[in-house]
Write a protein that binds this ligand. Structure first.
Ligand code: HEM
Length: 361
């Protein structure tokens, strides 16, 4: 296949040389719009951007690109080979000094370069935009030459296929759609530069704190205000040394301490409401309280109560379930006062019947 392709290539080249002898190539740079490839010209003018973008898909565009710059020429010539008729004229321009044959296409380019904005606008909407006159080659000539004025045209014309993307970037948003890769690349950069994420994170923190400056925010985040608020709202008391929760745990862990109280018989007592009422912590008596049918001696725990002795004794001689649940339902009552269990709460009638039964015996 390689030999066949080479043969075809050679044949096409010979055909081009025969049809477009080198003498015609020698024409000066002057923009002489030859009407040879009328159809290609139109396509070139209108479709310049498209051709460069899409590359070799459209035969006409590929041809023009090849002509435009020697850089892309080799491949272009090969690709154009398949289309013998239309592609031929444009090729001749590519190989040598494309100025002669391609002027028609080039003029359109030059105009576009002059008014890049116009090109962009037209290209943005539809590529079938009106055909521009052919002052193209001038634009081609400038690119190779380092002329100041030629600089803008260079980008559009010579590098058209490759360089086209850059010019469109800044101006029209429509082009961004075309050059999806470039456009996509830019947005991400912008987003990264915009520091969207960092601000958002910081914003969240700021949101938590007051609307102050960063430094203030940091200090505020330390939450002196919140802490102070908790302190002010907190009803905890400063416990005396040796009365911490750990100290209480150590005390309760030893059964010899007899946290139930002195002078009580072993086993659970039947405590009537009247009996409970008498155990209010006054006159040297221990303070008892009931909690869901059980009676506890809370006097030993009073100095260890984080809420203070006074608060704890609010439940002395009565049921403390409501107070307890209102203030700190998360506290494990049984875990703390398990060793202080005195008995179970019974009604007065139960005690009377029991006493009657005992008397009968
Ligand atoms: C029955 C009447 C009681 C009252 C009126 C009472 C009241 C209080 C109060 C006002 C506080 C401070 C809450 C705070 O500002 O954070 C507190 C804390 C506490 N109380 Fe009581 N209390 C009672 C019974 C008990 C009992 C029987 C126990 C043990 C079983 C107990 C264990 C605690 C504990 C562990 C804390 C600390 C809670 C915490 O740090 O989150 N209290 N109590």
């Amino acid at each position: 296949m390689g030999w066949v392709g080479a043969g075809v290539l050679i044949a096409t080249i010979g055909y081009f040389l025969y049809r477009y002898p080198p003498s015609s190539w020698a024409e000066p740079h002057s923009s002489s719009p030859e009407p040879k490839p009328g159809a290609p010209v139109a396509a070139a003018t209108a479709n310049e951007p498209v051709q460069r973008k899409h590359g070799s898909r459209t035969s006409t565009p590929s041809i023009e690109t090849e002509e435009g710059d020697s850089q892309n020429t080799p491949k272009a010539s090969a690709s154009s080979v398949p289309t013998p008729v239309a592609a031929v004229p444009t090729f001749s321009l590519d190989s040598g000094e494309s100025e002669t044959s391609q002027p028609a296409t080039m003029p359109s380019i030059s105009q576009t370069t002059n008014g890049t904005a116009e090109q962009l606008s037209s290209t943005n909407g539809d590529y079938g935009a009106p055909k521009f006159e052919p002052p193209p080659q001038p634009s081609l000539a400038p690119p190779p030459k380092p002329q100041s004025s030629s600089i803008p045209p260079k980008a559009t014309t010579t590098g058209a296929s490759s360089l086209m993307p850059p010019p469109p970037r800044p101006r029209p948003a429509n082009q961004a759609n075309r050059f999806t890769p470039t456009s996509t690349l830019q947005p991400p950069r912008l987003s990264g530069n915009s520091l969207g994420p960092p601000p958002s994170a910081a914003a969240s923190q700021r949101g938590l704190g007051p609307s102050n400056s960063g430094s203030r925010l940091s200090s505020s985040t330390l939450a002196p205000t919140q802490v102070s608020l908790k302190k002010s709202s907190s009803r905890k008391v400063i416990l005396e040394p040796g009365f911490s929760p750990l100290d209480w745990a150590a005390l309760a862990a030893n059964p010899k301490n007899n946290l139930r109280g002195k002078g009580l018989p072993p086993g659970l007592l039947r405590v009537t409401p009247s009996m409970l009422k008498e155990q209010n912590g006054r006159k040297g008596r221990d303070a008892w309280t009931s909690y869901f049918g059980k009676v506890y001696n809370i006097s030993p725990y009073a100095p260890y109560h984080p809420g203070g002795k006074g608060e704890l004794l609010r439940g002395a001689g009565k049921d403390s379930a409501q107070l307890f649940q209102e203030i700190h339902p998360w506290v494990n009552w049984e875990g703390i006062l398990g060793e202080c269990l005195v008995g179970i709460l019974v009604s007065e009638n139960d005690i009377q019947t029991e006493n009657a039964l005992d008397a009968m015996d």
